[in-house]
Design a protein around this ligand. Structure first.
Ligand code: GLU
Ligand code: MG
Length: 443
């Protein structure tokens, strides 16, 4: 049942003295977009009458079919408390529709909804808990981000060497005001790297929350004179930013991954879901790890996975099963990074897992050793394949996977691949500072 009615929102806008309402959505690459309206337009907005020019949004429509309408999801109404000093700002997250009211096929939120409907038809709801990592970098005198962190702390370190402590605390308080339940906030492995974890939610809310989380972290960091980045690997030779995705399926209020009598307390569905993830992860990687830079994180030695294996505890594996059981039983996929479009990433994860369940797949044996210590021959002997090692290979693998392609097809798939191929080509033809230092003097 919906939390808010149209009348509730009109009343809250009035009672709270809201000055602006941001009508939010995302493009296919996960960039947050919005149209701000004043309270005078709220009736129109709640009747789905705010239009946008889709031809100006990355991956949306062509110029001759450009009118699209924003259909706000009433339950996403929230006052963005961190905007208060510039007037009160609220937001509504919207679905994008065609002029006839049908969902626009290129809306990433719609793509996730379509897979969630499929899961619902199988009796499942899908819960997701993301773990977003980020760096805080100092700004230079022109307000541009540097790669200086001014911080020498490491995993779980306590202040005063942890210079991000104050910002993390402010972020947590701001998120709590937005209704988030914060489960943990800590310094991560690398200097200047942090993580804040919030409670799992149904996948649509979780994807909305990831967008809000990133926006909040960036805003509060900037207000404190820092730049927050979710770029996967900002600094060579140190840990990158992951966004591990913890997933579970529920049926009739019960976690279907839990079976006290199954091996390791896991059900047949849990094993099939894991098998589905492993079967499709190569095809999913262009979505879960969408940047050229994403593949510089997926290298051995930094707790980011690069080989296809699962384990109940081993952090070098791609899929890990955290120790909690009962309703907290979950599968953690470790390759995604926070530069992904969360709607598409969760859509492809769910589609892969459901395919595993539908086809009754079984996963290979668990790998308990540190895979980073195994040489290629040892990995081959155990049938451990590699994740794609570049955006280019990941795009080939996406096109070769009909189940994952289907989640995005036809519109998002075509636009996404075209945009990402262009990004890859741009990267390949640029001369990097590494090449200059390596070759300039020598040749
Ligand atoms: N930063 C690591 C990554 O890139 C993860 C560290 C952790 O286990 O939290 O995935
Ligand atoms: Mg972490």
């Amino acid at each position: 049942m919906s939390k808010y009615t149209k009348e509730d929102i009109i009343r809250m806008v009035e009672e709270e003295g809201v000055d602006f309402i941001r009508m939010q959505f995302t493009d296919i690459f996960g960039q947050g977009k919005n149209v701000a309206i004043t309270p005078s337009q709220i009736g129109k907005a709640l009747n789905n009458q705010i239009s946008i020019d889709g031809s100006s949004i990355e991956g949306f429509t062509r110029i001759h079919e450009s009118d699209q309408y924003l259909y706000p999801d009433f339950d996403t109404f929230t006052i963005l408390s961190w905007y208060e000093q510039q007037g009160k700002v609220a937001r509504l997250i919207c679905d994008v529709c065609n002029p006839d009211g049908t969902p626009f096929i290129g809306d990433p939120r719609g793509a996730l909804k379509r897979v969630l409907e499929k899961a619902a038809a199988m009796g499942y709801s899908f819960n997701v808990g993301p773990e977003c990592e980020f760096f805080l970098f100092e700004l230079d005198q022109n307000g541009r981000p540097t790669t200086k962190t001014g911080d020498e702390a490491g995993y779980f370190d306590l202040g005063p060497i942890d210079h991000g402590d104050q910002i993390r605390r402010e972020v947590c308080l701001a998120l709590e005001k937005l209704g988030f339940e914060i489960e943990a906030s800590h310094h991560e492995c690398a200097a200047g790297q942090h993580e804040i974890d919030f409670k799992y939610a149904d996948a649509l809310t979780a994807a909305d929350n990831i967008i809000t989380f990133k926006q909040t972290v960036k805003k509060i960091a900037y207000a404190n004179g820092f730049h927050a980045t979710f770029m996967p690997k900002p600094i060579y030779g140190t840990a990158g930013n992951g966004m591990h995705i913890n997933m579970s399926l529920f049926k009739d209020g019960k976690n279907v991954f839990y079976d006290p009598n199954g091996p390791r307390g896991l059900s047949k569905e849990a094993y099939s879901f894991i098998a589905g993830l492993l079967a499709h992860v190569k095809g999913m990687t262009a979505i879960t790890n969408p940047l050229v830079n994403s593949y510089k994180r997926l290298v051995p030695g930094y707790e980011a996975p690069c080989y296809l294996a699962w384990s109940a505890s081993n952090r070098s594996a791609l899929v890990r099963i955290p120790a909690a059981r009962g309703n907290s039983t979950r599968v953690e996929l470790r390759n995604p990074d926070p530069s992904c479009n969360p709607y598409l990433a969760l859509a492809v994860c769910l589609a892969a897992g459901l395919d595993g369940i539908e086809k009754g797949m079984t996963p290979p044996d668990e790998i308990t050793e540190n895979i980073f210590d195994m040489d290629p021959a040892a990995r081959a002997a155990q049938g451990i394949e590699d994740l794609p090692n570049s955006l280019e290979h990941a795009l080939d693998d996406l096109q070769a996977d009909p189940i994952i392609s289907q989640v995005l097809a036809p519109h998002i798939l075509t636009q996404y691949i075209a945009g990402k191929k262009k990004e890859w080509e741009e990267y390949c033809t640029r001369v990097s500072s590494w090449e200059i230092s390596k070759y300039m003097v020598l040749y």
